[in-house]
Design a protein around this ligand. Sequence first.
Ligand SMILES: Cc1cc2nc3c(=O)[nH]c(=O)nc-3n(C[C@H](O)[C@H](O)[C@H](O)COP(=O)(O)OP(=O)(O)OC[C@H]3O[C@@H](n4cnc5c(N)ncnc54)[C@H](O)[C@@H]3O)c2cc1C
Length: 746
Amino acid sequence: MSFRKDYITKPIHKWAKGVLPTLSETEAEAVSSGDVHFEAELFSGNPDWNKLRSVKAPTLTDAERAFIDGPCRAFCDMVDGWEIDKKTGDLPPEAWDFLRQKGFFGMIIPKEFGGLGFSAFAHSEVVRYIASHNVVAAVTVMVPNSLGPGELIHQFGTDEQKQTWLPRLADGSELPAFGLTSEDAGSDAGAMTDEGIVCKGEWNGEEVLGIRMNWAKRYITLAPVATVLGLAFQLRDPDGLLGDVKDIGITCALVPTDLPGVETGRRHLPSGTMFMNGPTTGKDVFIPLENIIGGPDYAGKGWMMLMSALAAGRGISLPSLSAAATAMAAHTTGAYSRIRKQFNLPIGLFGGVQEPMARIASSAYTIDAGRRLTTAVLDEGYKLAVISAIMKYHATDRMRDAINDAMDVHSGKAVIDGPLNYLQPIYRTIPVGITVEGANIVTRNLIIFGQGAIRAHPHMLDEIEALQEPDEEKSLDAFDKHFWAHVSHAIKTTFRATWSAWTGQGNAPADAGKVAPIYRRLSRWSAAYAVVADMAFLTLGGALKRKEMISARMGDALSEMFLISAVLKRWEDDGRNDDDLPLVHHAAETSFARIGEALDETIANMPAKWVGWLLRPLIRPGHYARGPSDEVTEAVAKIVYEPCEARTRLTSGLYRAAEDSGLGLLNHAYALVLEAEPLEKRLRDAKKTPREGLEAGILSDAEFQQLEEVAVAVQKVIAVDDYTPDELAELFPGMQRPTTWKEAAE
Ligand SMILES: Cc1cc2nc3c(=O)[nH]c(=O)nc-3n(C[C@H](O)[C@H](O)[C@H](O)COP(=O)(O)OP(=O)(O)OC[C@H]3O[C@@H](n4cnc5c(N)ncnc54)[C@H](O)[C@@H]3O)c2cc1C
C-alpha cells in the first residue's frame, strides 16, 4: 500500500484514461516504427548538446566521390531538360542504359547483392547533384532508391527474395515502382480499397496458395515503365486458409508487370515535368504467397513496413532535391543580381532585392544543414521518423519560398519559358515536392507534432502505454512511476523556462565560441516549448489530435529548433568559418522569430484561457526575436552577390552547366562582369559611358574591347527565348498560325 499511489495517482489515473490520447493499432505501429534523435533533446527542455555535437560530420568515400565526378556528371551531360519536357517526353534511351550499366538504381542496395552500397549521405549527394541539373533525371534516379521494393526487400525481405530480387534491381534488369496511393485513398493511405484475397491458384504450372489481387492505383512514379510493382493492399482471408483472421490488413507484395491482368503504360503529366508517372490497375492478378515482401509472416505488417521505410526515404529524397533547388536559386539569383542593372546600378545593390536574396541564401544554408545532419544520423543506423517528416515538410516548403523569391528577382527573365530559362523547370516542379511522400499540409498538421509529441516527449509514450495496459494493477503501477517522473520534469522545466525567459541565460557548450548566444537562446526556447507542450497535453488531452492548428504550430516550433541545431552543427563541421556567420545569424533569427510566433499563437488559441494568463509571464512568448536585422540581411545578400568562400561553400557540389546553356551563359557573364569591375568603377567615377571613356582616354582600346565583350555576354543572359510561328508549330503540332487582324479583316 502506498499513499501516493492509492490516494493521489489512482484518481489521476482514472482521469487520464479519459483524456490522454489512445493509440489505434495503426497509430501504435506508426509511432513505434521509427527512432528519435536530437528532437527528443529539444523536447526535453534541456538539450544535451553533446548528442548533437558527437554526430560525425558526413563525408564521402573515394568511391562515392568518384561516382559523382564520373558517372553522375556523364549522366547529366546526356540530359537536356527542355528536350525532355517539351519534345521527347522522356530521358534519351542512352541515358536509361547508362543508369542501368553504372548501377544508379542500386545505390542503397548492399555490395554483396551487387549494389553500390552507398551511405545515406552519398545517396543524398548524388540526388542533389543530379537535381541541380534536371528534375526528371533526379526523380528517375531517386525513386528506385527511396521508399519502394529495393528498400522494403532490403529491410524486410526473406533471404530468397534478397538473393532473387536485389541483384536484378541493382543492375537494372528489373525497374521497380511503388504503389500505395489509390483513387480514394491519398493521404489516408490506410483507407485503400485495393485488395488481395487469399486463395489457391496456378503458378508455374502448379496449384499453390496465393493471393488474387485487384487494384486501381494512381500517380505512381515509374509505373509506366516498371517491370515490377511493389504494391500495398488490404489482404483478406475469407476462407480462413491462413488462420482465423479474416481481415489481415495492409500487406506489401511484389507484382511483376507482365502477369495477366496487370495494366501499366498510361501516363500522367505531373506539372509538365516529364518523368515517368502514371496509373496502374490490376484485375484478378494472381501471385503466390511468397511474393509478399518478407514472406507470409509479414502478411498484414505492411503499414509498419511502410512507416519504417519512409523514415529513411523521406529524410533523403525531397530534402536533397530541395537542397539542390535552393542552392541553385542562391547561385543564379546572386549572379543575376550582379549582372542585371536598373537605374544604372546592379539590382543586387537595392535593399528590396537584398531581402529575398538573403532569404534564399539563408534557406539554402539551413536546408543543407538539415540534410547533412539528417543523413549523418541515418548513417549511424537511426530510423528517423520525426526528423524525416520535419525535413520533408520544411525543405520543400522553404524551397518553394526560395524559388518564388528567385523568380521575383529574375522577373521577366524567369517568366518567359524556353531553353534559356534555368528557373522554370524548378518552378514547375514545386508542387510535386510539396505533394509527394506525405502531402505538406497533412505532414505539418498531423504528423510532425502528432507523432513527434508522443515519440520525442520524455514521458508521454510511457504514460500512454501504461494507461493502455489491460491489467488494472499493472497499469496503475506503471502510470504511478511515469506520471511522477513527468511531474518532476515539468516542475524543473517550468523553473528553467522562467529563469531563462527573464535572464536570457540558457545552457550552451563551454567551447561554443561565437555562436554561444544562439545555443543559449535555443536552450531558452526549448524549455519554453516543453512547458507549452505539457500544458497542451494537460488541458487538451486526446482532443489535441483533432486540434490540427495547434498541433501544426507546435510542430513548427519543434522543426525550427531542429533546423537551428542543424545550422549550428554545420557551422561547427565546416570549421567555424567567420565568413559564414551572417548566414548562421540570418537562419537562427528567422527560426527564433517563427518559434516565438508559433508558441505565442498556440497559447492564444488554447481553449482554456487561463493557460495564457499563467504561461505568458513565465515564458514571455511575445518577447521573441524580430527576425534578421537589416545589417545581417545585407551581409547575407553580399555573400551570394560577390564571389567569396562562403558563396563557394553554399553552392558547392552542384552540376557545372554546359557553356552554351542558360546557366552556362550566366556563369560566363558573371565572371566577365566581376573581372571588369575596376573599369566600371573608373567610368562611374568619371560619369562616362564606355565610348566616352575611350574618347577621354580613361579606357585603353583593350579595356574598351573588354567592356564590349562584357556587354555582349550580359545581353545573352538577359535575353529570353522567342519563336517564329513555324518554330512554335514544332512544339505544338497542329497549332494554327495566328491570324493577324489584317488577315481576319480580309
Ligand atoms: C507527381 C506525383 C508522384 C507520386 N508518386 C507516387 C508513387 O510513386 N507512389 C505512390 O504510392 N504515390 C505517389 N504519389 C501520390 C502522393 O503520395 C499523394 O498525392 C499524396 O499522398 C496526397 O494524396 P492526394 O493527392 O490524394 O491528396 P489528398 O489526400 O486528397 O489530400 C488533399 C489535401 O488535404 C490535405 N489533408 C488530407 N488529410 C488531411 C488531414 N487529416 N489534415 C490536414 N490536411 C489533410 C493534404 O495535405 C492535401 O493538401 C505521387 C503523387 C504525385 C502528384
